[in-house]
Design a protein around this ligand. Sequence first.
Ligand code: ZN
Length: 340
Amino acid sequence: MGELLGNEALRSKLVGMSDAGRLHHCLLFEGPNGVGKSASAIWLAQTVNCTGPAMFGPRTEPCGACWSCKAITDGQHPDIIVVGLDPDRTAPIISVRQARAVISKMALRPYNAKRRFVIIDPADAMGTQSANALLKTFEEPPRDTGFILVCPSARRLLPTVRSRSQRIRFRPVQRDRLAEWLAKQEIEQPDWIANLSDGCPGRALALAGGEAEEWRESRDALLDVLAGSMQGVFSYTDKLTRGDRATWTARAEQMLDALARMVRDALILAGGGSEARLYNADLTEKVYAWSAALGVAGSQRVGQAIDKARQELAAYVNGRLLFDALLSAVIAELGAARQA
Ligand SMILES: [Zn+2]
């Protein structure tokens, strides 16, 4: 599986706990998107249930060739239940209907797995009702059944769910190691992609598959706007916030991400950091200009303004006014450097 780079010790520990009969019945896999949580959940289900021959003692990884391994890879194993977003709903949620379906499956014994797994991914898509419906099952699942809740941060879950689970934290992969891994797969600009992915292999693959180009376009559009007139800023924010909220929020988050990464790079250079760590390695001159104009204090001020804009965006304020104010503030901070 392509995304299984990094967190090897964590996975071995989980298998060790399973071998010792001490695997917690409700695991909570947390960590940034693309770090390998979902792939690790499938990997664990495969390793624990693998029926292939193990040469030396207990299995440390799935054979990939036995019936069980193959069925899990194909999503066809009756005892490995993956619950994702409800396809019948327009909102991205795990519905009460889905929660009830899991509960009714729990009334039946596992078909043939050594350990049945229910993987809820993304677990933070469970609303209060769905989570409450499942609480008792999380706490006391049937024998030989384990839950794996997958989500970026445990803070996104209800405290009652959190307290019933064991948190397993996935960490980003070290940058050089990720770049090397990408280079082996003949991915172009592996160092840049590794930086841009923040050490998340799945994210890196998505970036290499076209999202990096998309990101670059969105960043360049923003930089053009910042270099131009206020009239240009207003028409940009107007266009940015058109259409329904869900669609424009995604666009706006992209813009905020691009801005945040420019500012973070400026901060790195202002602090004497290495060019090798830049997200915007293709625009080194511009980043130097931003860095000189903002300095450490200015970078931090703009960084805080971006954080605040993100929070306000989540609180349903008027997006257009929000971005007009933010971009005006950025332009004022940059001064002549915006045209560098
Ligand atoms: Zn196997």
